[in-house]
Design a protein around this ligand. Structure first.
Ligand SMILES: [Ca+2]
Length: 610
């Protein structure tokens, strides 16, 4: 599917025109140019821009004088002349990238189209900790623009500026499809900080990480787009996973007018609760294992690889067939009620059963943190009482590593390190209010009081179920979440989605603007024994621009994904599956290849056989 421009049949390419200030007819405090052309220039704040007038080349009737028309490289260079925004921004660079000179990744088959890379810095300042802060963004403006804007969501604790190519999960990036694409750094640069989480010492930096950086970036990008092309973007889309998924929810909840379509994957919409669940799980294992001289628990001792495989095999044996086919994937997660305690050894520990400690650890991980009275963690419980206990493979990693066989076996390796840096290290500095340097989460947490420390006024909380303003503005929203996610739990996202349903007239009415797609077996945003590759942009565009709601999304396995062979039966790299809107799931029709999505349909949970 090729998406054309929304307005104007003729070319609408960047043509930045340089005039003198006297030649521009401005309103007070507004450098809008009065012209009869279809694409007319819009000034970027008061002053500063009067000398630069952007006129796109579509639909113009000739009413606009044609002074020094600049295209391509010269137009891009002129962007450096922008000197102010409503957020006190400065353009720090504008670089022309000719066609055929840059790829979005070394493995990409095609070169990127000609475009201008604009870099800017918004509200630079010195924090209360004496460190330098600013919201930095990168905006890529394709010469051949499709009149749309794409916001590329961030990740983790932010602090870096990713190239704004706009990955979509499909074969082409958003930039290659003609979108103007922006990325941002979350309001802080890791290069300016002693540790990634250190921005937690500055209250404004916390706010910027929560929502400040993304809204400033969105506003600035839209202004720049309007100037560069001489016309505002007709449609705006957001796509992100993890922290990016949370940012998508933040836009829908706090800034519902910013986007027409939002894709929110594996959203960390309650970071404190995700971290709490992690720490809780680690605590359970740490209590029964030895420690490195550094104090790091040897988590792998609690669950050797053979026992992990024993559990995985038992889980699949219990739940794989519930979707109509034994294929190494558990698509009917609502029907899976397998519990670790079913593997408890009757006597001595053997290779065929789990010890009492192992069962206790895994059961505790599934139940989530409890206080001294045995009540589920209050902020609120990271899984609801009565929820199905086993979702995909989440149990695989909740207390140790997210992926990677080597790390699972040895307890060492970069993946565990990453989990530590996202959960343990930031807790005293970033997730506690006020910060408490020196706090040792693994040993010091008091689960009776922990909830308040973690979530009160946390600016990154995005759990408001009221999406009414976004809905009423015509916005569409796609959530997706891997059932094997070892970070933010798919159960949490299900619970959030149900809370949205509860705020609307019915599930059917909710499905008219927001749908959730579970990805069976997928880990955090990708990976896992799953079909984890799918185009996220096409479905949301179909929904926004053609009124075609996604009844399913075809996903395929990713060649080279080692996790495909980690289950029995192994998953072939050519497998496709429909991802289904919750609560339906992909059910095998009973005939045809089990690796072809065409032989599956989205079935309601009630279709599960007795
Ligand atoms: Ca199955």
């Amino acid at each position: 599917m090729q998406w054309g421009r929304i307005r104007g049949a003729g070319p609408c390419q960047a043509r930045l025109h340089i005039t003198t200030a006297n030649a521009v007819d401005t309103n007070e405090g507004d450098s809008t140019v009065h012209a009869s052309g279809k694409c007319l220039a819009v000034g970027w704040g008061a002053g500063g821009l009067a000398a630069i007038l952007a006129v796109a080349g579509c639909g113009g009737s000739g009413a606009v004088p044609e002074p020094q028309a600049l295209t391509g490289e010269a137009a891009c260079a002129a962007v450096k002349g922008f000197s102010g925004t409503e957020h006190k921004g400065v353009i720090t660079g504008a670089t022309w990238v000719p066609a055929g000179t840059e790829k979005s990744a070394p493995t990409a088959t095609a070169f990127l189209p000609a475009h201008c890379v604009v870099k800017g810095s918004l509200e630079p300042r010195t924090g209360v900790d004496g460190k330098s802060y600013a919201t930095k963004f990168e905006l890529r403006l394709p010469f051949d623009w499709n009149q749309r804007f794409f916001f590329q969501g961030g990740s983790g604790l932010e602090g870096t500026l990713a190239p704004a190519y706009g990955p979509t999960g499909g074969s082409k990036t958003a930039l290659e499809q003609g979108f103007a694409v922006v990325s941002q750094n979350g309001g802080h640069d890791n290069a300016d900080l002693p540790a990634p989480e250190a921005f937690g010492l500055d209250p404004q930096a916390r706010v910027d990480f929560g929502y400040g950086s993304i809204i400033k970036t969105s506003k600035a990008a839209k202004s720049l787009i309007a100037n560069y092309y001489g016309d505002a973007a007709e449609r705006s889309y957001f796509d992100g996973c993890s922290t990016g998924g949370r940012q998508g929810m933040t836009f829908a909840q706090r800034f519902p007018d910013e986007f027409d379509g939002i894709v929110a994957g594996a959203p960390v919409f309650d970071f404190g609760r995700v971290v709490a669940a992690r720490i809780w799980g680690w605590q359970q294992a740490a209590a029964v294992v030895s420690r490195e001289p550094t104090g790091m628990p040897r988590f792998h001792e609690a669950m050797p690889q053979a026992d992990r495989q024993l559990f995985q095999g038992a889980l699949l044996a219990a739940c794989d067939a519930q979707d109509g086919v034994v294929d190494g994937m558990m698509s009917n997660v609502a029907a899976c009620t397998f519990r670790p305690k079913e593997l408890l050894c009757a006597g001595e520990k053997t290779s065929e059963c789990l010890s009492a400690d192992q069962v206790r650890i895994w059961e505790a991980v599934l139940d989530g943190p409890v206080d001294s009275a045995g009540a589920v963690f209050k902020v609120p419980g990271y899984r609801s009482p009565g929820e199905v206990p086993v979702r995909g493979y989440r149990i695989d990693a909740a207390w140790m590593t997210s992926a990677g066989q080597a790390a699972r076996i040895t307890g060492q390796g970069p993946i565990l390190d990453i989990q530590w840096k996202l959960n343990i290290d930031p807790t005293p500095i970033l997730f506690m209010t006020p910060p408490q340097p020196g706090f040792q989460p693994l040993d010091d947490i008091n689960w009776d009081t922990w909830g308040n420390s973690m979530t009160v006024n946390a600016p990154w909380l995005a759990s408001d179920p009221d999406l009414g303003r976004y809905r009423d503005g015509g916005g569409k929203m796609i959530f997706y979440h891997g059932t094997g996610d070892s970070g933010p739990n798919a159960v949490d996202t299900i619970d959030y989605y149900e809370s949205v349903v509860a705020r609307n007239a019915s599930r059917e009415q909710t499905g008219k603007f927001a749908r959730l797609f579970l990805v069976p077996g997928m880990g955090h945003c990708r990976g896992g024994p799953s079909t984890d590759t799918f185009d996220r942009l096409a479905p949301i565009m179909d929904w926004v621009e053609r009124g075609k709601a996604p009844d399913f999304i075809v996903a395929q396995a990713t060649p080279g994904n080692a996790d495909l062979a980690a289950v029995t039966p192994a998953i072939p790299a050519n497998r496709t599956r429909p991802l289904c809107p919750y609560p339906s799931y992909a059910r095998y029709n009973g005939t045809g290849s089990i690796d072809d999505a065409a032989n599956f349909k989205c079935a309601p949970p009630a279709a599960d056989p007795a």
